[in-house]
Design a protein around this ligand. Structure first.
Ligand code: GDP
Ligand code: IMO
Ligand code: MG
Length: 428
């Protein structure tokens, strides 16, 4: 199987977890390359449903090595909870590896995440409050602590002391919040470090040795293209490179070793948190159906109701360009089954100008009004379809229309949350 990047193409929650779990068995290794426990990836196996935050979605396959790469940020407590959950369910974590260079989310990162949001007031980002932004901020400021630091108490104490010299005055003087001592954090984190010690490794080396041995790697993106710090709807984004390019820096594997980029695209759009979303619908639609309820669009991480809207072809095209998509997995097509007609955004209009590509200027995008084409619905249950031909013609036409907008083939069509509820057109 050619090594593949799996990437979200919209604002997250496209069904990356489902597709990753579906194809992970074809690979020798799955590596997460960015983000932390802001991610919530759902895997449904039989009647058991898992919401993963830190552990890669390859964990269900005992022979598949699951790696948390150097580009990730790790909350050790959340990671240990997930490890315990899997071990309790008889799913081995023996093949789980964590990069020694991944940054550690500290308690003060979570405090600051909340405090920064409060300070922004009406301009808040709507973060998951998991400390992601402040952790990446410390990484870039070169005062972050990494997983390898946890393995040596004296190093951990020394670096933590230096970090607190900067962090405590902020907490105390700007936000009037309690400060931290080195002893306090060590008492919490060092026992966790001992439990995590067997998992921590030089993951860049491990991955490259696998590549040299002819093994295949699946790079599992979290968040998505429009939440990317460089290519997303800044400042309403997360703090990492979620796009395909992040897979290289976030894993230490050279780009010549990556052959495919599979974009996960929902058949409509959702967004959690603040920021512009041109095709956003009011909660109630004239048809009496809501994407929110039909699609059960509630966040896996924070439980927030996701904002929903019609498929945005301008974004699909942009995601294809920014990530260099070779294939698309179109998910949740079944959720559209209730609608008489289905709208697709093919362009934006702003101040009398028509845009067929995402406008670079933030304020233009914020004011963009969608230009829709209306396609016929199929009005029947498609969740049992297992081949493309079984889909009603209107559903086939919808898929073909998306291919035309994105200029990329739709390789998978997903018609339900289970592994089996998938139509594989070209994947081999
Ligand atoms: P991720 O963050 O991209 O992994 O996506 P989430 O897990 O946050 O959200 C996707 C949700 O849709 C989960 O509840 C999945 O179980 C569910 N899901 C995935 N694919 C399909 C599908 O084709 N149809 C339906 N109805 N649900 C799906
Ligand atoms: P998965 O991997 C959807 C959003 C937050 C907020 C912004 C910044 O499940 O698709 P952060 O806590 O990262 O600083 O928040 O990004 N966000 C997500 N939205 N799915 C996610 O992950 C997200 N991770 C972050 O809601 O708007
Ligand atoms: Mg999610």
């Amino acid at each position: 199987m050619p090594s593949t990047v799996l990437v979200g193409t919209q604002w997250g929650d496209e069904g990356k977890g489902k597709i990753c779990d579906l194809i992970a068995g074809d690979f020798d290794c799955v590596v997460r390359y960015q983000g932390g426990n802001n991610a919530g990836h759902t895997i449904v196996v039989g009647d058991r449903k898992y919401g993963l935050h830190q552990v890669p979605s390859g964990i269900m396959y005992p022979d598949c090595v699951s790696v948390i790469g150097n580009g990730c940020v790790v909350n050790p407590k959340v990671l240990l909870e997930e490890i315990d959950m899997f071990e309790h369910d008889g799913i081995s974590t023996a093949n789980l590896k964590v990069s020694g260079n991944a940054h550690i989310i500290m308690p003060y990162h979570m405090d600051l995440d909340g405090a920064y949001e409060q300070l922004l007031g009406d301009h808040n980002i709507g973060t998951t409050k998991r400390g992601i932004g402040p952790c990446y901020q410390d990484k870039m400021a070169r005062i972050g602590l990494r997983m390898q630091d946890m393995l040596d108490e004296s190093v951990f104490r020394e670096k933590l002391g230096r970090a607190l010299d900067r962090v405590n005055p902020q907490l105390e003087k700007i936000f009037g919040m309690p400060t931290y001592t080195v002893d306090q954090i060590c008492a919490d984190y060092l026992p966790m470090a001992e439990r995590l010690r067997p998992y921590i490794c030089e993951s860049g080396l491990l991955l490259n040795e696998m590549v040299e041995d002819g093994k295949s790697i699946l790079f599992e993106g979290a968040q998505a293209t429009l939440l990317d710090i460089d290519h997303g709807t800044y400042p309403y984004v997360t703090s990492s490179n979620c796009t395909a390019g992040g897979s290289v820096t976030g894993s230490g594997v050279g780009m010549k070793n990556i052959d495919r980029v599979l974009g996960i695209m929902k058949a409509y759009i959702t967004r959690v948190g603040e920021g512009p979303m041109p095709t956003e619908l009011a909660y109630e639609t004239p048809e009496g159906h809501t994407l929110t309820e039909d699609g059960y669009e509630y966040g896996v991480t924070t439980g927030r109701r996701r904002r929903c809207g019609w498929f945005d072809g301008v974004i699909a095209n942009y995601a294809a360009r920014v990530n260099g998509l070779t294939d698309i997995a179109l998910t949740k097509l079944d959720v559209l089954s209730a609608f008489d007609t289905i709208k697709v955004c093919v362009a934006y209009e702003c101040d009398g100008v028509r845009y067929t590509t995402v406008p670079e200027h933030e304020s233009v995008f914020a004011a963009a009004k969608p230009v829709y084409e209306e396609l016929p619905g199929w009005k029947c249950d498609i969740s049992a379809c297992r081949s493309f031909d079984e889909l009603p013609q209107a559903a086939q036409d919808y898929v073909a229309y998306i291919e035309k907008l994105a200029h990329v083939r739709v390789t998978f069509v997903s018609v339900g949350p289970d592994r089996e509820q998938t139509i594989n057109r070209y994947w081999k």
